[in-house]
Design a protein around this ligand. Structure first.
Ligand code: ARG
Length: 459
């Protein structure tokens, strides 16, 4: 135990399984760069408290640079007693620069240190994720513009409902992702709150400790306002997990749409070879594994979220070791959502559409609403026209013909307001063109959506 940083009051040794159970270095080493940055900023702060001289600070900062370089080069040697990234870095610093390393942790605790490292790490990742999310929306908007004229059936209850533009469907999903982007941006300030300088729980005792300067040094927007809160607050992790869960729902939904549309029964789209796999027995298969994993991985993210929330509930105030369970869910959710966003961008940017197949799936019964609206324009209340159009659908079913094959006489048998011009109702182009109010599926309204989304990306 002598080699442990906290070994002073111990005489016995740690049970080997407890050591393994307790260690976090195997995964928190991912935060090595953030741990070094935090320590360097703290060393600079200790100068103002007269705990370190300028030259001691310089030694510590340079020593930490070396430790950081070892991590980057892959030459950092983990020792059997290294418990977490904080103790490992400090142990190595002491080996490199000697006893002066022992001054670094003055007034600091691993409690304010770990919370600082995690927030720094997540801020870095959130910025990377923001870029991937922007790329996804960009790709969708670009496709929507390019393929603005392809028409397809729109579904409710997965039953044919009304004709829409393919681009309109694409943008319906892009709109979810744009909201995810706005939500991500809006909670970055809540990650960016500095815990360092809180000590283990009660605050930092050294005069001259300038926490605002540390925040500035490390790029935090604000300083934690209560030290007990600062060392235990993991809401930023929860909020990230919630954000990732909701984003994963959106990825799962578009995946489900595209799995359906790429089946032979629909045949509206085909995934590129890069995002499909074959079957080990059925030579003809081209399976949309990429989409199925996008759908499946969402479950994993929800699991991380609910698992960590259960760990958090009922912990007494300030730091308790339960909090160490914050890292793996955060790391895993970050990795999963990062990969998912990139896979989604890849799938969507490389798939092919079959506009002829989409068009061929349009049937004129999907214009029954338009037929009712035709009569509305002739002055009949909609509730009546809905009924008349419904009767027309029933008649076409009886006659085993398409709704548009009913003769003018057939229609006039249902309402004397039907005239020659009713034949114009049977155009899918006209139908989507009429849906021209903001947010609709007309060409103009879809292109307007593209512009709006582009503007949101650049905010
Ligand atoms: N590895 C620990 C964690 O991740 C660091 C904080 C340890 N603090 C303590 N008081 N034991 O939570």
């Amino acid at each position: 135990t002598k080699r442990k940083l906290w070994g002073g009051r111990f005489t016995g040794t740690t049970d080997p399984l407890l050591f393994e159970y307790n260690e976090s270095l195997s995964y928190d080493k991912r935060m090595h760069a953030q741990d070094i940055r935090g320590s360097q900023a703290y060393a600079r702060a200790l100068v103002k408290c007269n705990i370190l001289t300028e030259s001691e600070k310089d030694e510590i900062v340079a020593g930490l640079d070396k430790v950081g370089q070892e991590w980057k080069d892959g030459t950092f040697k983990i020792q059997p007693d290294d418990e977490d990234i904080h103790t490992a870095n400090e142990r190595r610093l002491k080996e490199l620069i000697g006893p002066v390393a022992g001054k670094l942790h003055t007034g600091r605790s691993r409690n304010d240190q770990v919370a600082t490292d995690m927030r720094l790490w997540l801020m870095d990742e959130a910025l990377a994720i923001e870029i991937f999310l922007k790329e996804l929306v960009q790709v969708m908007v670009a496709r929507a513009r390019e393929e603005v004229d392809a028409l397809m059936p729109g579904y409710t209850h997965l039953q044919r409902a009304q004709p829409i533009r393919w681009s309109h469907l694409l943008l319906s999903h892009a709109t979810y992702f744009a909201a995810d982007l706005a939500r991500l941006r809006s909670f970055i300030p809540r990650i960016s709150v500095l815990p360092l300088g809180s000590g283990p729980l009660a605050g930092n005792p050294f005069e001259g400790m300038d926490r605002d300067a540390i925040a500035k040094d490390l790029g935090f927007q604000t300083v934690g306002t209560n030290s007990m809160n600062s060392v235990s607050d993991r809401d930023f992790v929860v909020e990230f997990l919630m954000w990732a869960s909701l984003t994963a729902i959106h990825l799962s939904k578009i995946a489900e749409d595209f799995i359906i549309y790429s089946s032979a029964e629909f045949g509206f789209i085909q995934l590129s070879d890069a995002y499909t796999t074959g079957s080990s027995i059925m030579p003809q298969k081209k399976n949309p594994d990429s989409l199925e994993l996008l759908r499946g991985k969402s479950g994993r993210i929800f699991g991380q979220m609910s698992g960590f929330m259960m760990s958090l509930k009922g912990i007494p105030s300030t730091y308790n070791k339960d909090l160490q369970e914050d890292k793996e869910p955060m790391f895993d959710a970050v990795d999963t959502i990062r990969n998912s966003l990139q896979i989604a961008t890849g799938v969507i940017s490389t798939l092919s559409i079959f506009p002829e197949k989409m068009k061929a799936a349009l049937t004129t019964d999907m214009l029954a609403t338009d037929l009712a609206e035709y009569l509305v324009r002739k002055g009949i209340p909609f509730r009546e026209t809905h009924h008349i159009s419904g009767s027309a659908v029933r008649l076409s079913e009886e006659k085993k013909c398409q709704l548009s094959d009913l003769s003018l006489a057939d229609l006039q048998g249902l309402s004397d307001k039907f005239e020659d011009d009713v034949m114009k109702v049977w155009s899918f182009e006209e139908s989507v063109g009429r849906r021209n109010a903001k947010g609709g599926t007309s060409r103009r309204a879809v292109l307007e959506q593209c512009d709006t989304l582009k503007r949101e990306l650049d905010l």
